[in-house]
Design a protein around this ligand. Sequence first.
Ligand SMILES: Nc1ccn([C@@H]2O[C@H](COP(=O)(O)O)[C@@H](O)[C@H]2O)c(=O)n1
Length: 611
Amino acid sequence: SQPSAPEPVEAPLRKLPWGQLNWLATTDTHGWHGGHLQEPQYSADWGDYISFAHHLRQRADEDGSDLLVVDTGDRVEGNGLYDASNPKGHYTFDVFKHQKIDIITPGNHELYKQNSSNNEFYHTVPNYKDAYIASNLDIYNPKTGKLQPLAQRYRKFTTKNQGIRIMAFGFLFNFQGNANNTVVQRVEDTIKEMWFKEAIQDKDVDLFVVAGHVPVSDSHESDAIFKAIRSANWDTPIAFFGGHTHIRDYHKFDKIAYGLESGRYMETIGFMSISGLGHEKTSSDIAPLKTPEFKRRYIDNNLYSLYRHSGKNETTFPTDLGRNVSASISAARKQLNLDHAYGCAPRDYWLNRAPYPSESSILTWLENEVLTDTAKNYTKHPQLIITNTGAMRFDIFKGPFTIDTTFLVSPFTSGFHRLKNVPYKAAKQLLQLLNNEGKIMLSEMMVMSAVHRDLGKFTPRALYELAPPNPPVSRWTQQTTQDGIELIDTLHREFGQEVLGETAGHGKPDKPLSPGYTTIDDAGKDGDDTIHAPIRFYDVPNCIQAEVSFPSDKKDLETVDIVYNEFIERWILLALRFLGESYGVEDVETTFDGMSFTDVLSEWVHKNWAC
Ligand SMILES: Nc1ccn([C@@H]2O[C@H](COP(=O)(O)O)[C@@H](O)[C@H]2O)c(=O)n1
């Protein structure tokens, strides 16, 4: 881990359910390859992950099983290690490439900007060669200008020790916000293509793998792929490795098809095992061995967990490669001056771990202080400042607010735009519309505009891109700590020695449980490796709004300026149009001196939060 990373905290652990074919899966790492430097339970870095995978591969070689590693995209945007360099990602690709990965796929964040998808073309695809799969993504070759698949559409391979024959795909959800140098083909169209139909007809396959930046639960894309494969193969097991929604999740498609999603930001290393795979040749056919068994575990990414799951300790755990990668992350962080403090946060502020509005909510702080103070510097006219909450990515902890923190909270380069003198009658209805909370829903408007084809790329799906879905609260337990203690008792009863790191007494923790993930998924409540006290997550709206320089009586207010995060421009213009105000991009001007959200944050913190 990084020199400044906090020591991991001891906690009761559930073992890895090791099997015949074992998987480690990451997704949505968003540049956090240095690990979490303010949260001990997620403090291991990419170098540690490399050492960990090495030990598990060795275990597989020793007992004749297999270990495969998968990453399903959104490796970029969200951490100073990626975002603070010029060009962005200057250090990331050389750090990342040292992990041996068997299946790697792109996410939407690799595609927002031409520069980042070209980085996939120039760096990640060549670094991973055969492992990179892009089933539904094409790129205009930056050298020839011709449209071509970013990488191979599928990969067929056989595992090293068990000889399991795998057919793997790499999908991206039906994303529409990409720059115009890439083309994302809808999943539903892709599965009608001849190459896909032929691949799923291949009978010399023991396991289909669908890796990709697609949620595993409640996803019409994953469901469509599942149905297509299942209709061609009634008895071949299928493993999905998903991403995008930033949650820990495990979904049962049927009794021999399961999907795993490994959270976000290098907090989680997902583990899946499948046993009972293979085939036997009968005189007329090839039949599976027996009903395969799928298991899952969500590993908290810290050295306490990684030592125990690999059976190593401080001395025996780090490999030379792992150590070197950790050192190069450290050197990059130093070079980028990521620990330089703009100021010090007086308290913790939460994105989803505090209700909105509340004094602990980042969103309330932005509304009442950051956006309001910043906007006042630019005009005395009444303004509505609107931003999407999806632009905010992480919490703020009490203490130094560093260069790194600005990118953790908001990494995007989009600036702020202004529409002047908008009739208040329409402007005041905007927020409700954007949040889909009023009588007229923006999602319905999008259906209408798609039908009338008068607003280009808008479809109902586009609303989904305005703000990422919040972790569905139903997927998190909302127990009290007492439930956590009961959970340990239950575990001891049910699993006995399966629980690692025994605590003192009769299974009761001698220290309070640390707060963390307590996931409920399709297999139950026992997925997390670490037994935590539950954290409560709160839903937040798509967009928030600050009213700046408003008169005390709004009755006489005729017009206001609307200032918004550039990323939501098309939703703002669409909503205004439905409110009877027809504005176009020609009416828009840049404000806040072209500062991005990241710049706005650093400037405000520097002026207001002295250490
Ligand atoms: N320039 C950008 C790009 C994205 N966003 C927000 O991020 C969301 C997507 O992030 P995921 O990790 O969920 O893929 C997107 O919906 C936007 O809310 C942004 O604000 N600015």
